[in-house]
Write a protein that binds this ligand. Structure first.
Ligand SMILES: Cc1cc2nc3c(=O)[nH]c(=O)nc-3n(C[C@H](O)[C@H](O)[C@H](O)COP(=O)(O)OP(=O)(O)OC[C@H]3O[C@@H](n4cnc5c(N)ncnc54)[C@H](O)[C@@H]3O)c2cc1C
Length: 405
């Protein structure tokens, strides 16, 4: 099924397509699927793409023009993401910088903070990491314990963060810290701070995942001094800033991107056509497998249509609200089902990504198998998404409280 753009957006899509074809270097196209949610591209790999984006003025597509952005609306962002996925280009942006802390600084930062941090964030002279999660605070983020004691001229930090993605590449970390431990409820007494990653007292310890990648880190803070001017928003009101930042997680996530899912299904089909059945013929000759693939294709189409429905609301100037959480929930679980079917169909070959008797495109879903469990955890777990959808979309009662009218 094809979904037609309005004439205005069709022109924009054509512009993006031509730009990708003529200007984006081939070295960043047709990247393996696993890179989309796995390690991402290295700073060196991404450099030629950034140069092309900078030349076009698209380094920060959603930022206002006065801060060097392209001021794209949501539909344009979606089209750019779709066309990039179609060309096999993974999400390239300095995500934490461009889509998280940048918009936060524009909204809550002082003029001095905007001048100091926005230009180098745009040009990737500052790479950011996100210091939210702690060993005792993930889904229940407000339980965070990292202490920022107010002292003369700033704060003294003591405590730990965990799962800090790519902190070892980062120049700065934005984090949540407890500035008033006595405050109740626990959401009060939290502040949002910008921390130079090279400050004395910070230790970064790698967590190497089962796929052999170093993406995560534990970060430890021991008497780290953070100057007062690095506080964003009011002291003890960081929860408001933190929630706004989570709201910037757009529903253009690659996991709900129809082109990404279609590529993954194409991989599964190709693998099934090439893998032997055990006797004569290929796996694809098995009608049970073909039925399961067809089911996944129908589910992917439902997801694409649901996404279009929300996009149509956005195009009419409406805010689709928490309903968009369905896209991340359904998209991430669909990708997991796809990889599970790939493994089930191919047996031991389904977990190979090196040395398999197939071309790279055929086995790349296997490469994805090691990090695919994380997609229903990152950016909020499926369970937490279901809780929010139950309460805020379906209006179901919350722990003994009456249902929403
Ligand atoms: C790929 C990836 C990248 C990440 N990057 C970062 C990063 O850069 N910075 C950062 O700060 N964090 C990052 N995280 C951490 C992520 O935000 C947390 O893993 C996530 O919020 C879940 O927290 P947790 O791991 O502590 O699990 P927990 O919150 O301890 O959850 C454990 C289990 O209990 C369930 N559960 C918890 N509460 C409820 C409830 N109320 N109802 C029902 N079930 C519940 C969960 O769904 C889960 O199954 C990343 C995680 C991943 C996977």
């Amino acid at each position: 099924m094809s979904h037609a753009d309005s004439p205005q957006y069709a022109r924009f899509r054509q512009e993006v397509r031509e730009w990708i074809e003529t200007t984006v270097p081939p070295s960043v196209k047709r990247q393996p699927l696993g890179i989309f949610t796995g390690p991402g591209m290295s700073r060196e790999q991404v450099a030629p793409l950034e140069a092309a984006l900078a030349k076009k003025g698209w380094l920060a597509p959603s930022w206002p023009k006065r801060y060097g952005g392209a001021e794209f609306d949501t539909m344009q962002m979606v089209i750019l993401d779709e066309e990039m996925a179609l060309a096999g280009i993974p999400p390239y942006r300095n995500l934490q910088g461009i889509t998280m802390v940048g918009p936060i600084l524009m909204r809550f930062g002082t003029e001095e903070q905007k001048q100091r941090f926005l230009p180098p964030t745009l040009n990737r002279k500052i790479i950011w990491a996100q210091g939210y999660s702690e060993p005792g605070a993930g889904s229940d983020l407000a339980s965070l314990a990292l202490r920022a004691e107010p002292i003369e001229g700033g704060f003294r930090l003591n405590g730990q963060k965990i799962w800090t993605s790519r902190a070892h590449f980062a120049d700065w970390i934005f984090l949540l810290a407890r500035t008033d431990p006595a405050a109740r409820p626990k959401q009060n007494g939290i502040s949002f701070l910008l921390v130079d990653r090279h400050s004395p007292g910070i230790t970064i310890r790698p967590i190497v995942t089962i796929d052999g990648h170093h993406h995560f880190n534990e970060t430890f803070y021991e008497n780290v001094f953070v100057p007062r001017e690095n506080l964003v928003g009011e002291m003890n009101k960081g929860w408001t800033v933190a929630k706004a930042l989570l709201g910037y997680e757009r529903f253009t996530t690659s996991l709900a991107n129809p082109h990404y899912i279609a590529t993954a299904i194409g991989n599964l089909r190709r693998a099934a056509r090439e893998a032997p059945l055990g006797g004569p013929g290929a796996l694809w000759d098995d009608p049970a497998l073909r039925r399961q693939v067809a089911q996944l294709e129908m589910d992917a189409e439902s997801l694409a249509l649901t996404r279009m429905r929300y996009l149509a609301q956005v195009a009419r100037g409406l805010n689709p609200g928490p309903e968009t959480m369905l896209l991340k929930l359904y998209g991430s679980e669909l990708v997991q089902r796809l990889v599970a079917l790939h493994q089930q169909a191919l047996g031991p070959l389904g977990v190979l990504w090196e040395g398999a008797p197939f071309p790279r495109e055929t086995v790349e879903l296997g490469a994805f198998s090691a990090n695919v469990p994380s997609v229903t955890i990152a950016g909020g777990t499926s369970e937490v998404h279901r809780n929010v959808i139950a309460k805020r979309v379906l209006g179901l009662p919350d722990e003994g409280k009456p249902a929403r009218p």
